[in-house]
Design a protein around this ligand. Structure first.
Ligand code: ATP
Length: 348
C-alpha cells in the first residue's frame, strides 16, 4: 500500500497550468522531495496532497484510500496528514506542550501528557513545554512544529520548505535531526524544496519539476549521474557546455567525439559535463574529450583546485574542479580530459 499516489493530476489557475499531468507515488516510510525552480508547481502539488486544492483531473490516493478525484474530495482534516509549513504556524496562544498535544485531545490527560513529554524529549525540548512560541528560537520552533505534526502518527507528512527560515549554519544540523526523527518514526514524507543539496541530503527519491511537470524522478545519484535532459543536468550545479553536430551516432567537437546513439545524423547537440568531471594528467581515451588550453585563473578552495581555462576564443572558458592538483599559474598550458561516462549529450 502506497502512502501517497498521484495519478495524472492536473490543476490550472485561470490560464496558468500549475500542475500538469503529474504521476508519482511514495512508499510507506519513504522520503520523497519535490524539487524545482520557483513557480514550477511544487507547493501546488503539496497543497493538492493536503486537500487545500482540488485537482481538475486525475486522482490522489492516501494510504490506500482515494482522497481526491473520481468524484471524491476528502477534506484536509480527514486525510490523516501531518503538515509543516515554512512559518511553522504554531498556535501563538498555546504553550509548546499544548501545541504538541493539540492533535492528541482524544487521549486521556495523563496519557497525552506522557506522549507530549516523550516527543519533546525526542527533540531535546523537554524543558520548554511551558513556554510560548514567541519565546523560541527559529530552530526550536521548527522542532516543535515537526513533533506537533508527528504526534498523531499521520499516514503522510507534508513539509513545505521547512528549513527556509533557518540560517544556513543551522539548516544542515536541523535537516539531519529532522531526517533522523522522521526515519525513527517510520514517517512517509513529501518534502518541498528548491535547494538541490537539501533534496540530495534528505530524499530517498527526488522528483524534479519544471513547468508543472515531473521531468525526472529517482535517487539523487540517478538524477546527478544520469540526467534525462539538459534541465536536469543543469539543476544540480555548475556545468560546462559545448556545441556539436551529430554524425553517424557520434557528436563531433573540435576536442573529440562522444557517443550520441539516440540522436539523428545532422542534429545539433549540446555536450554537458560538470567541472568536477575534468581530470588532469590522464590520457584521453579515444572516446572521451581532451581539452587543451590556457589557464585564465586558478585557485585552491578547500581540497579542490578551481580552474578557468580558455580552450578556444569562441568558446566560453571551461570551469574545472580538480582534487589534489596544485593550482597552475595563469597563462600556463594545460590539458584536461573528461571520461565518456561523465559526459551528457542532448539535442539543443
Ligand atoms: P515557489 O518555490 O516559488 O514557492 P512553486 O514551485 O511552489 O514555487 P507554485 O506555488 O506551486 O510553485 O506555483 C505554480 C504556478 O501556479 C505559479 O505560476 C504560480 O504563480 C501559480 N499559482 C499558484 N497558486 C496560485 C493561485 N492560488 N492562483 C493563481 N495562480 C497560482
Amino acid at each position: 500500500m502506497k502512502a501517497l499516489e498521484f495519478s495524472n493530476v492536473s490543476l490550472s489557475f485561470g490560464g496558468i497550468v500549475a500542475v500538469d499531468g503529474v504521476s508519482f507515488d511514495i512508499a510507506r516510510g519513504e522520503v520523497v522531495c519535490l524539487l524545482g525552480p520557483s513557480g514550477c508547481g511544487k507547493t501546488t502539488t503539496l497543497r493538492l496532497a493536503a486537500g487545500l486544492e482540488a485537482p481538475d483531473t486525475g486522482s490522489i490516493g492516501i494510504a490506500g484510500r482515494i482522497a481526491a478525484g473520481n468524484g471524491h474530495n476528502v477534506p484536509p482534516e480527514k486525510r490523516n496528514l501531518g503538515l509543516v509549513f515554512q512559518d511553522y504556524a504554531l498556535f501563538p496562544h498555546l504553550t509548546v506542550a499544548e501545541n504538541v498535544g493539540f492533535a492528541l485531545r482524544h487521549l486521556p490527560a495523563q496519557q497525552r501528557r506522557e506522549r507530549v513529554q516523550a516527543l519533546l524529549e525526542r527533540v531535546g525540548l523537554e524543558s520548554h513545554g511551558g513556554q510560548y512560541p514567541y519565546m523560541l528560537s527559529g530552530g526550536e520552533a521548527q522542532r516543535v512544529a515537526l513533533v506537533r505534526a508527528l504526534a498523531p502518527e499521520p499516514a503522510l507528512m507534508l513539509l513545505d520548505e521547512p528549513f527556509s527560515n533557518l540560517d544556513t549554519r543551522l539548516r544542515g544540523d536541523i535537516g539531519r535531526e529532522t531526517l533522523l526523527l522522521l526515519r525513527d518514526m517510520g514517517a512517509s514524507v513529501l518534502l518541498v524544496t528548491h535547494d538541490p543539496e537539501e533534496a540530495m541530503r534528505m530524499a530517498d527519491r527526488i522528483a524534479l519539476m519544471h513547468k508543472g511537470k515531473i521531468v525526472q524522478i529517482g535517487s539523487a545519484d540517478e538524477l546527478y549521474a544520469c540526467p534525462q535532459n539538459g534541465f536536469v543536468a543543469r539543476f544540480f550545479g555548475d556545468i560546462n557546455v559545448l556545441h556539436a553536430v551529430v554524425r553517424r551516432g557520434r557528436a563531433e567537437t573540435p576536442f573529440g567525439t562522444v557517443p550520441a546513439p539516440a540522436l539523428p545524423d545532422g542534429a545539433m547537440a549540446e555536450i554537458l559535463f560538470r567541472p568536477e568531471a575534468l581530470q588532469a594528467g590522464i590520457e584521453a581515451s579515444e572516446k572521451g574529450l581532451c581539452l587543451r588550453g590556457k589557464v585564465v585563473s586558478a585557485r585552491r578552495i578547500g581540497a579542490d583546485c578551481h580552474i578557468e581555462m580558455l580552450i578556444r576564443d569562441d568558446v566560453a572558458p571551461l570551469r574545472a574542479r580538480i582534487r589534489d592538483f596544485g593550482p597552475p599559474s595563469a597563462g600556463e598550458e594545460l590539458a584536461l580530459t573528461v571520461r565518456p561516462q561523465n559526459i551528457f549529450v542532448f539535442t539543443r
